[in-house]
Design a protein. Structure first.
Length: 420
């Protein structure tokens, strides 16, 4: 019986490992088809030339993902099975893509004001849906994938997401070339929604064991008390939070590369689709390489490499004489994005016990959400007032400060770390 249980556990591990990567690939395909860094900005460029409004598109999605996570911590920690909560909340990060398709189809009739309002409303809905799901999903991964396999799992999952995203971006670029105008966006966003729902069906097949220990919400201390204790006693985690808070200011130029290359360097939609595809492919490769570095040379080493590219990308953008240089820049952006999967996620999930981890996950995401908004507001204001080139330089200065700060203060995380 003991050996049967062990064999079944191994089969479930293999199934969950593969299925998580496959379903994430369909998620990535949808994300590439309706890219918030390429095609949604292009759609809104038909109705506004405000760098601030367009630059807020990825920021809204990111803030929505980050902000609710701390407030979900106690609910997540109290679940014997986390998957039902994931399945319920993740619908809210998938259904908005159907709405985006309809808004794109009728955008000419809706006009600039209502098109912009509805796009932002749907992005807020989608972002908050991701935030309600994010904590539970990360804890589910902790239950499904052992710690010694987790970093490479995130790398491979990220590779799958971004490889499929590159295909999605290429498809949308071709669709917009052959079907210019609203109908091309409608087709791309509709296929994105279908892909997201295929991912949903596959996610529902994941096999999750019951948790050995869950949080008793009635007897647990208030969430603020739990969070304050962690920040006071876990010094390594506190420095990591501060570092993560500053990173969006160093990376704030990334939201404006597409606008800059189209408006200032006169790139067409097909080139923009190719640049987005280049970004996704480089994210695939970088994620795997950074995952290996994280496992073998240390997660802080991988983090420093990622920050180097955050410094380098806006500097190259500032001096770029032609659109061709942006292939290099989008490779750098891909490396930065690859770090999210292979470095930042695994870095965070090494803090705390099983009972504490949802609070750690919530803290790191919720506390850095304001900086995501502030960074994009600052970047957009500078771009509108002084031009994109100044935004690039200011971002590079911030990135250099974060790089130095991380080098000095952020320590290598310790697996299975517990509070003193």
């Amino acid at each position: 019986m003991k050996y049967r249980m062990r064999d079944q556990h191994q089969k479930n591990l293999q199934y969950n490992y593969i299925m998580n990567i496959v379903e994430a690939g369909f998620w990535g395909l949808g994300s590439g088809l309706a890219s918030t860094t390429a095609f949604l900005p292009l759609l809104l460029l038909k109705f506004t030339d405000s760098a601030l409004l367009i630059g807020l598109i990825p920021a809204i999605q990111t803030i929505g993902f980050q902000l609710p996570q701390l407030f979900m911590a106690k609910k997540v920690a109290s679940q014997a099975h986390v998957k039902p909560l994931v399945m319920k909340t993740t619908l809210h990060e998938r259904l908005p893509f159907a709405g985006l398709a309809l808004v794109a189809l009728f955008s000419d009739q809706l006009g600039a004001f209502w098109t912009i309002v509805l796009v932002y409303a749907l992005l807020i809905w989608q972002g908050i849906g991701g935030g309600l799901t994010g904590n539970a999903w990360q804890i589910m991964v902790c239950k499904l994938i052992p710690s010694d396999l987790r970093s490479m799992f995130f790398s491979l999952q990220g590779a799958g997401v971004n490889f499929m995203s590159s295909i999605g971006a290429f498809i949308t670029g071709m669709l917009l070339e052959r079907q210019p105008g609203s109908f091309g966006y409608f087709l791309a966003f509709t296929i994105a929604f279908i892909s997201m729902m295929v991912s949903y069906v596959l996610l529902n097949t994941i096999r999750e064991d019951e948790a050995e220990e869950v949080l008793d919400i009635q007897s647990a201390p208030p969430l603020l008390t739990m969070a304050t204790k962690i920040l006071k006693t876990d010094h390594s985690f506190r420095w990591f939070v501060i570092s993560r808070f500053l990173i969006p200011f160093g990376n704030m130029a990334a939201a404006y590369y597409i606008i800059y290359v189209k408006n200032n360097l006169l790139a067409d939609e097909r080139l923009i689709g190719t640049l987005a595809s280049t970004q996704f492919i480089s994210t695939v490769i970088a994620g795997i390489v950074l995952g290996w570095i994280s496992d073998h040379l240390g997660r802080k080493s991988a983090l420093q490499i990622s920050l180097f590219f955050i410094v380098a990308a806006p500097i190259v953008a500032y001096f770029a004489p032609s659109a061709a240089w942006f292939y290099l820049i989008f490779v750098m952006v891909g490396v930065i994005n690859g770090a999210f999967w292979s470095v930042f996620l695994s870095f965070t999930l090494e803090f705390g016990t099983d009972m504490e981890r949802p609070t750690y996950v919530g803290l790191i995401n919720t506390l850095i959400a304001p900086s995501t908004l502030l960074a994009q507001l600052l970047g957009g204001w500078i771009a509108d007032r002084f031009g994109f080139s100044i935004t690039f330089i200011v971002a590079a200065i911030f990135a250099a400060i974060v790089f130095a700060f991380t080098l000095i203060f952020v320590k290598e995380p310790h697996p299975r770390h517990k509070l003193a």
